[in-house]
Design a protein around this ligand. Structure first.
Ligand SMILES: O=C(O)CCC(=O)C(=O)O
Length: 265
C-alpha cells in the first residue's frame, strides 16, 4: 500500500481535486479562526488594517453570500491558520512543490437561507483561472478551501467536477451565477468525458484542494447554520506574474506577512 501522501498526490492529479474530510487543524485553531471571521464580518480589525475592497461589507444583508477579500490583512488570528504547518505540508505533498505561497484569500460565509426566502447564496460553476489573468498561463496555481463549520450536503458544499481540469481553459465560468443547474446545461462536456460531481463534505478543520482549471460551484445552504470557510489561493515556485507585474491580484506577493510562504523544501 503506498503511503497516504502518494495516494493524495495521485488522486489530486487524476481528479483535479483532493478532499481531506478529517480536520488537519486543532480544534482551538479552528475556533479562533471562526471568532476572527465573526470579528472581520463586524468590521473589527485587530491589525488596524481593513481587508481589500469586497463584494460584501460589514452591515450588508446577512442572508446573502458574504465574500471578503484578503481577510487576513485585518486579522492576526487568520494569519495563524494560514501558516499552520499541516496546510503547507499537504499543499506541497500534492503538488511536489519546493515552495508554496498563499497569494490571495477569500472569506466565504454562506448563511442558511431562512424558510420562505429565495436563496441567493449559490456559487456558479467556474474555473478559477478565468479570474487569474494576472498570472502567466502556465503558472502552477491552486486553491485550498478550509472548512470551519460542519460542511454537509445540506449546507451547500463545494462540488467539484471530476477530471475537468483536463478539459482545458474554458469560457463558461461565472462565479456569481445563481441558476447553476441552468448554467451547467451550457457547459460543453468534451467528447468521451462525463460531468461527474463530487461534494466536498468535511468536518470543521477539514480541507480540500483544487486545480486552477477544475470546474466547481455550490448550491444554497439549508442546514440551519452558516457554512464558514476560507478559500486560500496558492502558488508554487512554477508561477510568474504577467510581465512580473505587481498589480491587482499579484499586488501583495512580496509582502510575506500578508501573503505568507507556507512551505519551503
Ligand atoms: O465556497 C464555494 O462554494 C466556492 C469557493 C470557490 O469558488 C473557490 O474556493 O475557488
Amino acid at each position: 500500500m503506498p503511503p497516504p501522501e502518494t495516494l493524495y498526490r495521485t488522486s489530486y492529479e487524476q481528479n483535479g481535486f483532493l478532499i481531506h474530510p478529517e480536520p488537519i487543524f486543532p480544534t482551538a485553531v479552528v475556533e479562533k479562526a471562526v471568532e476572527q471571521i465573526d470579528a472581520v464580518r463586524r468590521g473589527e480589525y485587530d491589525t488596524g488594517r481593513a481587508p481589500r475592497d469586497s463584494p460584501w461589507k460589514p452591515g450588508d444583508d446577512p442572508n446573502t453570500l458574504c465574500k471578503i477579500e484578503q481577510p487576513q490583512f485585518a486579522s492576526f488570528g487568520l494569519r495563524e491558520i494560514l501558516t499552520y504547518p499541516a496546510l503547507g505540508h499537504l499543499a506541497a505533498e500534492i503538488t511536489k512543490a519546493s515552495m508554496v505561497q498563499v497569494w490571495w484569500v477569500q472569506l466565504l460565509y454562506k448563511p442558511s437561507t431562512p424558510p420562505g426566502l429565495a436563496s441567493n447564496t449559490s456559487v456558479g460553476w467556474h474555473q478559477d483561472r478565468s479570474y487569474w489573468g494576472v498570472w502567466e498561463k502556465d503558472s502552477e496555481l491552486f486553491t485550498a478551501w478550509i472548512g470551519l463549520s460542519d460542511v454537509t450536503e445540506a449546507s451547500g458544499p463545494m462540488r467539484f467536477v471530476s477530471s475537468s481540469h483536463k478539459w482545458g481553459f474554458r469560457t463558461e465560468s461565472d462565479f456569481f451565477e445563481q441558476n447553476i443547474d441552468e448554467q451547467r446545461k451550457g457547459i460543453q462536456v468534451p467528447e468521451g468525458e462525463k460531468w461527474e460531481e463530487v461534494a466536498a463534505i468535511m468536518l470543521p478543520g477539514g480541507v480540500s484542494f483544487h486545480d486552477k482549471l477544475t470546474f466547481h460551484g455550490s448550491g444554497s445552504n439549508h442546514s440551519g447554520s452558516p457554512r464558514i470557510s476560507l478559500a486560500v489561493h496558492m502558488r508554487t515556485q512554477n508561477s510568474r506574474p504577467v510581465e512580473d507585474r505587481r498589480a491587482g491580484l499579484t499586488e501583495f506577493i512580496d509582502k510575506h506577512d500578508l501573503c505568507p510562504v507556507i512551505f519551503r523544501a
